[in-house]
Write a protein that binds this ligand. Structure first.
Ligand SMILES: *Cc1c(COP(=O)(O)O)cnc(C)c1O
Length: 379
């Protein structure tokens, strides 16, 4: 593993095809594999739910990028989350989740697993004492996101790993917002990493997918068993598209971060902007932890607008380059109003977000154009 990140992104799991010399891993569009006599598998493959060479290439590459020995790819981030939780929890068990968890994760825990007898406690993960206080004898998982969505709160992965392990629980980190270029939780003590590869890993807003990575052999076996038993696997074209995106992750994350920093500076100096949320800001409450565990500060930026909800909605409708849309992590810049869009379901709950908040997924266009677009939209 002495090669650097960008080298591994392009080469691990991606040797030229032995049969043809194809430089790029082919899309193995096949459901089944010929056997040389009963049980005589040529390349270890028998059926594509269980394994497919295009998917294997993606899995090997993702394992390497996260510094893990085992990775499994899924049809979506939520399919990966479902398998992750069912690999470790049983009826009667308890999970600690962030009080600002990704909405789909909260729904899975609150509306699906709850009916199977799994309890959960939402806590602010940036406060390690409140995490410790939420632990119960039956706590099996601390689920962590950092930075969080949409307020970009930061959790200390090393500290949470210590808390989890002291309680006999596993620390799972949803590393979707940072990507492995920016942050590698396994190296900080996490037991498993989850990705919605739909976001930065795929990186081009053209494919939905998920992944789990771990160094825990027993957990890896459970995950592989559930991947095959429940069958939420990506097709070979989706695996190929994701792998194509991964090859440029290092370049993209540098540019996403450069552009985000430029935009943050412009927003800080704009009279219509009240507060800017970005972990790279020295005034951000999680900055010190972020600087310790992140290589850059990423492409997500949120800010509040003077004039309340109406003013925030107007900014969202006036941009020319920033497309008004949900999701994040693609090459193109997106803008959204969390209160009315991604986080509408949190209204009136503990997870409610400010109604004058605007969230940006900063793309890799020319930074000056993005700044000019936001300045004209702010009016
Ligand atoms: C999008 C997202 C997910 C869910 O992934 P899908 O690919 O949409 O199923 C999970 N966690 C985070 C942080 C996300 O942004």
């Amino acid at each position: 593993m002495s090669d650097g990140f960008a080298t591994r992104a392009i080469h691990v799991g991606q040797d030229p095809d032995p049969g043809t010399g194809s430089v790029i891993v082919p899309i193995y569009a096949t459901s089944t594999y010929a056997q040389d006599g009963v049980g005589g598998l040529r390349g270890g493959y028998e059926y594509s739910r269980t394994g497919n060479p295009t998917r294997t290439a993606l899995e090997e590459c993702l394992a390497s990028l996260e510094g893990g020995r085992h990775a499994r790819a899924f049809a979506s981030g939520m399919a990966a989350s479902d398998v992750m939780l069912r690999a470790v929890v049983r009826p009667g068990d308890h999970i600690v989740i962030p009080n600002d968890a990704y909405g789909g994760t909260f729904r899975l825990v609150d509306k699906v697993l709850r009916h199977w007898g799994v309890e959960h406690t939402p806590v602010p993960l940036s406060d390690v004492d409140s995490v410790r206080a939420a632990l119960r004898p039956n706590t099996r998982v601390i689920w962590c996101e950092t930075p969080t969505n949409p307020l970009l709160n930061i959790a200390d992965i090393t500290a949470l790993a210590d808390v989890a392990h002291g309680a006999g629980a596993k620390l799972v980190v949803d590393n979707t917002f940072a990507s492995p270029y920016i942050q590698t939780p396994l190296e900080l003590g996490a037991d498993a990493v989850l990705h919605s590869t739909t976001k930065y890993l795929g990186g081009h807003s053209d494919v939905v997918g998920g992944a789990l990575v771990t160094n825990d052999d027993e957990l890896a076996q459970q995950i592989a068993f559930l991947q095959n038993s429940a069958g939420g696997v990506p097709g070979p074209f989706d695996a190929w598209l994701t792998l194509r995106g991964v090859k440029t992750l290092a370049l993209r994350m540098e540019k996403h971060s450069d552009n985000a920093e430029r935009i943050v500076e412009a927003l800080l100096n704009h009279p219509k902007v009240e507060q800017v949320f970005y972990p790279g800001l020295p005034t951000h409450p999680g900055h010190e932890v972020a600087a310790k565990q992140m290589r850059r500060f990423g492409g997500m930026v949120s800010f509040t607008v003077a004039g309340g909800e109406q003013a925030a909605l107007e900014v969202c409708s006036r941009t020319r380059l920033f497309t008004l849309a949900e999701s994040l992590g693609g090459i193109e810049s997106l803008i959204e109003h969390p209160g009315r869009m991604t986080h509408a379901s949190t209204a009136g709950s503990l997870l409610e977000v400010p109604n004058d908040l605007v969230r940006l997924s900063v793309g890799i266009e020319d930074g000056a154009d993005l700044v000019a677009d936001l300045v004209q939209a702010l009016g």
